[in-house]
Design a protein around this ligand. Structure first.
Ligand code: 5GP
Ligand code: ZN
Length: 111
């Protein structure tokens, strides 16, 4: 399968993880939209978050959300978690992930 995040997880593309355990990896976004911009990614391939939900893998959803929350908290200020889902939802990489954005004021509503 042609998936950039699977290639990163497999080590085929070098990355500098800010965190990883057996289920998730967190990396810095290559095109940051804020001073802190991390991606929390399940190591197992799911096309988007609804695939994890439909697989009823609540433990993985909890791990992803808790990891994103902790990385946001450790950024030291307010933060925003984003899950773009589907092309209309702004998703460009079809491997589920949570964005952790911090270090600047987050406008609301988003664009
Ligand atoms: P999406 O638009 O799917 O919600 O977010 C995908 C994110 O992955 C984008 O913010 C994009 O900058 C990031 N991204 C795409 N390719 C790479 C890559 O090779 N390395 C890293 N670290 N981030 C990537
Ligand atoms: Zn993948």
């Amino acid at each position: 399968m042609d998936c950039i995040f699977c290639d990163i997880i497999a080590g085929l593309i070098p990355s500098n993880p800010v965190y990883q355990d057996e289920d998730v990896i967190a990396i810095n976004d290559i095109n940051p939209q804020a001073p802190v911009h991390r991606l929390v990614i399940p190591k197992k391939h799911f096309a988007d978050v609804t695939e994890i939900e439909r697989a009823e893998d609540g433990a993985l959803l909890a791990t992803l959300f808790a990891t994103a929350s902790r990385l946001g908290r450790e950024s030291g200020g307010g933060f925003r978690l984003v899950v773009n889902t589907g092309a209309e939802g702004g998703q460009t990489v079809d491997h589920a992930h949570i964005h952790v954005l911090s270090g600047r004021f987050m406008e609301w509503p988003p664009g």
